[in-house]
Design a protein around this ligand. Sequence first.
Ligand SMILES: [Zn+2]
Length: 568
Amino acid sequence: MRVSEMFMATQREIPADAEIPSHQLMLRAGLIRKNASGIYSFMPMGFRSYKKVEKIIREEMDKAGAQELIMPALLTAETYQASGRWEKFGPEMFRLEDRSGRPFCLGPTHEEPFTEAVRDCIRSYKQLPVTLYQIQHKYRDEKRPRFGVIRAREFVMKDAYSFDCDEEGLDISYQKMYKAYRAIFDRLGLDYTIVDADSGAMGGSGSQEFMVKSPIGEDGICFCDECGYAANEEKAECMTPEQDTSAELPVEKIHTPGVKTIEELMAFMNAQPSEFVKTILYNIDGKIVAVMVRGDREINETKLGNLFDATEMNLAAFDDVERITGAAVGFAGPVGLKEKIEVIVDREVSVMKNFIVGACETDYHLKNVNIGRDFTPDRIEDVRTAVKGDKCPRCGKPLGTARGVEVGHIFKLGTKYSDALGCIYLDREGRSNPMVMGCYGIGVSRTLAAIIEQNHDDDGIKWPVVVAPYSVIVIPTKVNEEENMNLAEAIYKRLQDEGIEVMIDDRNERPGVKFKDADLIGIPMRITVGRRAGEGIVELKYRAGGAVEEVSLEEAVMAAKSLVRSAQ
Ligand SMILES: [Zn+2]
């Protein structure tokens, strides 16, 4: 490709709304273009890399025996009503109507249409198992789209669904996908961690996420270097610590006027956050419950939601809190509640002694509260989010934490969708059974961004060869000098003949401008035709690093060939 003819739109300035390197670089290098908030076009250069990611995914999925098809993105409401997700998706689903007022949506994920298709086509155990996949646009009306294609409202996903006779079959299908995913992310050169993920209360028996560690990640990961345990923080289990055996002290009621936050309370009472227990009221599907965690801990709403198999969960409304506690918001506690509600105590709190809680009376707290003596919890559960230094649930060593971007997710669904949609088969004895399903996603556009997050420097992208839009760029420094240009053209032609994806920057620009663009776009190898063109000598430089080498035309071609081979 000739740069002079290329539809390319690199930008010198960092766009103001681009907060992270991959988003900035994809815009600056002209790989993507923003159409609207969370909606992007892939421009020619970006689309080349995008297609390479897709190709690797497709090859590994096919190798694992999955069959590709394509479903519509425009789907009827009925498709999602039977599973209950027409309601459950809420405002995240893009909804629309056809000309006769019939409701439709833009598919946020495709469990239902795949289940319908298999239900309508498969009758017998003899036709199972089957794994189907597609690479397609998905639509979610994110509250806050950000990070470019990492959290977009329209994005490309590879989604696969497996259908088996039983759990044992699902285990095999799941393992095949697990292996395929490892092969995909290995080939893409990503440094990733496989973590145990939340599979929800309704979800089947297991779920794992493929995470790329990154400070901008929206997911927290807990991991143990000792035994290899790794889990999403939504899932990571918190163990019950040792029982505090201190003597129980008498309860004291303390006047704490205007003191509402833990910080204010700490200062006021000259105590550590670990001596407080906060009591938070939730409205879970219309029922108010109180949840108690240590003052410096976060309630894990995924764990909490799973306890109740919650559809909708929010903090309780102020008037509910005031009615139930008989106090202003900020003074809730387990003692003196005006209405009987379920009180859930975190495992960690269950072994504490003499802690401080809200007094259920405006401007008052209680000190030296103890479980059993002063109140009795309805349930003791694991409802907090694990933090750095917590004990590993497997081996007891301290956990580390990191942020991660989820690029893949594999999930044992069980019979949730087959039960809801009547996706059954007849077994050997002629009895009908629901098919046992798994689902498997990869964010295709997001994976491309994750690759950039892991492969860039201040000058631009450093593409791994497998996904680079072009492998080599030839830069003549003096396009008006015949000798210079002839050698550049000769190398360009040779590389094309060798089947190498090559660009030539034949623009009448200063070399510095061309170098800057080549670095920004991140082409893995740069061949510069400069002052020694007359001797047939060119300069070779790798975007990954290293010094400039002076080589002959043939040596440059050899180096390019071995670079491309190394990526296959
Ligand atoms: Zn461990």
